[in-house]
Design a binder for this molecule. Structure first.
Ligand code: GTP
Ligand code: MG
Length: 208
């Protein structure tokens, strides 16, 4: 599937968010978990800035996407600042309170949240907080286990088992993903298009 995507705008103040229109998919997770990389991988182009320095994404970045062959933009990807990294945690938690939180609670066109967790490390307390927060907002979300290429087949199975043990009770799907190899792309796109279609039935035609 070929995707045409462009950066739309960046905002750190709810008053400057673009007017809600297309269904949106929000990318959430700790600093450095791979949010911007997953966005670039799904879009098939370098849209979002990635970095090995945690806390690179400081404001909310909005990207507009459509599948090749579709006449109009169909959905938005929203890259949110990371949280929970010791060095930047205070600042980040202030940011969460001031604009990420209201975004997740109030954004009317938010169709799906992607809660990214690193498949290479055990479930973290800060990830649990995010999941609990998403449950409290009643948003639908998918758990994305990032950087799966760094694990062997057996290690990945064990990591997924640990995630199912921790988050299975939420009923959220868990999708292993690698921005490096593209593993998990089709599965994640299905969740995204399914949620966007449900959110605005007229905007997203059914897949093939
Ligand atoms: P912040 O914007 O700081 O919150 O980080 P982020 O969550 O957007 O992470 P980003 O996409 O910038 O990636 C962080 C680091 O992880 C970079 O060095 C990436 O190259 C690396 N990385 C991301 N995804 C993958 C992956 O699928 N596989 C591997 N091996 N490395 C990855
Ligand atoms: Mg980022």
């Amino acid at each position: 599937m070929r995707i045409l995507a462009r950066y739309l705008t960046s905002a750190s103040d709810p008053a400057r968010f673009p007017a809600p229109s297309l269904p949106e998919v929000a990318f959430l997770g700790r600093s450095n978990v791979g949010k911007s990389s997953v966005i670039n991988s799904l879009a098939g182009s370098k849209l979002a800035r990635t970095s090995s320095t945690p806390g690179r994404t400081r404001s909310i970045n909005f990207f507009e996407l459509r599948r090749a062959g579709q006449p109009k933009p169909e959905l938005m990807f929203v890259d949110l600042p990371g949280y929970g990294y010791a060095k930047v945690s205070r600042e980040i938690s202030d940011q969460w309170a001031s604009f990420v939180d209201p975004y997740l609670q109030q954004r009317s066109n938010l169709a799906l949240c992607l809660a990214l967790v690193d498949s290479n490390i055990p479930p973290q307390a800060s990830d649990r907080q995010l999941i609990d927060f998403l449950d409290s907002t009643r948003r639908s979300y998918v758990i994305v286990a990032t950087k799966s290429d760094r694990l062997s087949g057996n290690e990945l199975q064990r990591a997924l088992q640990a995630l199912r043990h921790e988050y299975g009770g939420t009923g959220a799907p868990i999708v292993p993903f690698s921005a490096r190899t593209g593993a998990g792309q089709d599965d994640l796109w299905k969740h995204i298009l399914g949620a966007c279609e449900k959110h605005q039935p007229a905007a997203i035609p059914r897949l093939g």
